[in-house]
Design a protein around this ligand. Structure first.
Ligand SMILES: CC(=O)SCCNC(=O)CCNC(=O)[C@H](O)C(C)(C)COP(=O)(O)OP(=O)(O)OC[C@H]1O[C@@H](n2cnc3c(N)ncnc32)[C@H](O)[C@@H]1OP(=O)(O)O
Ligand SMILES: CC(C)C(=O)C(=O)O
Ligand SMILES: [Mg+2]
Length: 526
């Protein structure tokens, strides 16, 4: 590896999925992992296998199918590491990523139990040993072991150097310095990396990695600063999603290196033309919309609104654009298909958008596509992404909408009738509500004998025009957990019903995984 190559470790499927409100099923994760491989990331962190059977399954499927280094996370203990090793077993190239916490905040706050020691100093010694043992145990499964010192950003440099040295001594091939709480400033973080390079014995035996969070909006700036001080792996996510304010955004970091080659003598192997498709896929599957003004992939990132800007760009693009939309894969014209298109055209376009389409999926999506093309003159890429998302979500389909009818108007009390298929049985009810959507939700709740708290409800048009498809994203709350559902249709009332059922499907799936009462229906468990 050349000394100025920066490895891209994508953690969209692990830290990204920790975004509040995001949840991906196994099928969606596998699709995203294939797209990440096409984007040419160096490492895909596929999940945290000990945390649930679905996480385990997703890591295993990705390890079986996707050609890349596949990483899995584990705490610094044997059972997590064993689970990670088992899930990763099918991968020809695998990495176990184990972490312990090193800041005093974490040591005293999370490891307060006496078993870690009575004093701060005793606990610190225990954590060094725990880190060493974890890496040594992980090495029994694979040579490629990454160690992270959680909350390194707020860790005393002397102690951090000791922990990192122990991890390298135990065989860590990558040592990750996370700014877990997004607290550090770029010059401070750069100094920390430079200092570690000075203090840690045998530091050259491992690749220095960084993992920056965005609590102060500095994740990308901190990653760039770290690279200038010697870090050679950057951990990041598509669209910058992740725990709290998110992680460093892959597309921003990569394009900063590309656009500012004059000052940053580094490169990545990212195929930047796949950035836009990947961003769209992640947004569609997670339900986390990209803000319009988001750098690189936001809808406004290349839009010029004011006259002086438009005039400038028309005369010379460089007046207001520092990169081209094509360089990140934004198509010039995305009107693609219409009612006369056939299966071949559809399949090729879906593949160009990054989907691996099975024959069965193609048949189903083609049917939905022809129905849509009958309603709309032009079918856009975003419409296709929604149809594909709908198809992939189907494997959650415990509840399915069979039928919906709504009456509403100025002088009418809104009334809805729904028929729902639940594992082959039909449940039907009618209800009134404050508006047509409320009436639909009330009818669903009556039909299934449930009562959910709707935490948020969003509706947006997927593309432009009167016949555009509407996408509804809903979050329902149960205890301290919220479940996201998504529905699409050219009729937003129908999309709302589908979204509600999709959230209930997510909830039922979660309960089935975690509850011993595996065979109960959702209404019995709620
Ligand atoms: C910075 C990060 O992003 S870390 C990754 C965060 N991701 C997740 O947490 C994924 C989702 N989490 C989960 O599914 C669950 O929390 C699990 C399965 C991982 C653990 O569940 P539980 O065993 O019930 O533990 P719980 O989550 O309540 O508490 C965490 C435990 O891990 C311990 N722990 C935390 N970090 C570490 C570590 N690096 N190494 C070892 N133990 C750790 C805590 O001290 C606590 O242990 P305790 O019960 O002895 O106090
Ligand atoms: C597990 C580690 C790398 C992490 O996500 C963090 O510290 O933010
Ligand atoms: Mg993190």
């Amino acid at each position: 590896m050349k000394d100025n190559k920066i490895l891209i470790f994508d953690t969209t499927l692990r830290d990204g999925e920790q975004s509040p409100g995001a949840s991906l099923n196994v099928h969606e994760k596998v699709e995203i992992a294939h797209q990440l491989a096409k984007l040419n990331v160096d490492v895909i962190e596929a999940g945290f296998p000990i945390s649930s059977p679905a996480q385990f399954e997703a890591v295993k499927r990705i390890a079986e199918e996707v050609d890349c280094i596949i990483a899995a996370l584990s705490r610094a203990n044997e059972k997590d590491i064993k689970a990670a090793a088992e899930a990763l077993a099918p991968a020809p190239r695998k990495r176990i990523h184990t972490f312990s916490s090193t800041s005093d905040y974490h040591i005293l706050g999370k490891f307060g139990h006496e078993r870690y020691g009575k004093t701060l100093e005793e606990k610190r010694r225990t954590i060094i040993k725990m880190s060493y043992d974890a890496v040594a145990y992980a090495k029994t499964f694979t040579d490629d072991v990454e160690f992270s010192a959680e909350d390194a950003g707020r860790t005393d440099i002397g102690y951090l150097a000791e922990v990192i040295e122990a991890a390298i001594e135990a065989g860590a091939t990558t040592v990750n310095i996370p700014d877990t709480t997004g607290y550090t400033l770029p010059f401070e973080f750069a100094a920390k990396i430079a200092e570690l390079k000075k203090r840690v014995k045998n530091i050259e035996k491992a690749i220095i990695s960084v993992h920056c969070h965005n609590d102060l909006g500095l994740a990308v700036a901190n990653s760039i600063a770290a690279v200038q001080s010697g870090a050679r792996q950057v951990e990041c996510t598509i669209n910058g999603i992740g725990e709290r304010a998110g992680n460093a955004s892959l597309e921003e970091f990569v394009m900063a290196l590309n656009v500012r080659k004059d000052l940053l003598d580094f490169y990545t192997d990212i195929n930047t033309k796949e950035i836009y498709n990947t961003s769209k896929m992640v947004s569609a599957f997670t339900g986390l919309l990209v803000q319009r003004n988001k750098a690189i992939v936001g809808e406004n990132a290349f839009a010029h609104e004011s006259g002086i800007h438009q005039d400038g760009v028309l005369k010379s693009r460089e007046t207001y654009e520092i990169m081209t939309p094509e360089s990140v894969g934004i198509p010039k014209n995305n009107i693609v298909l219409g009612r006369h298109s056939g299966r071949h055209g559809l399949k090729v376009r879906l593949q160009e958008l990054g989907y691996k389409v099975t024959d069965e999926e193609l048949q189903n999506v083609y049917k939905a596509f022809t129905e849509l093309a009958d309603k709309k003159k032009e079918v856009f890429d975003d419409d296709l992404r929604m149809l594909m998302g709908d198809e992939i979500q189907k494997d959650n389909g415990i509840y399915e909408l069979e039928y919906i009818q709504v009456n509403a108007g100025t002088n009418l009390i809104p009334n809805a009738v729904v028929k729902i298929n639940y594992n082959g049985e039909i449940y039907s009810e009618s209800a009134t509500g404050d508006g047509p959507v409320d009436a639909v939700f009330n009818a669903i709740e009556r039909a299934l004998s449930i009562n959910s708290e709707v935490e948020s409800y969003q509706v947006r048009s997927v593309t432009s025009g009167r016949e555009a498809m509407g996408e509804v994203i809903i979050r329902i709350r149960s205890g301290n957990k919220s479940f996201m559902g998504r529905g699409i249709s050219t009729d937003i009332i129908e999309a709302s019903a589908k979204a509600y059922l999709s959230a209930l499907n997510q909830k039922e799936k979660y309960l089935n995984q975690t509850s011993p009462k595996n065979n109960e229906s959702i209404s019995e468990v709620i």
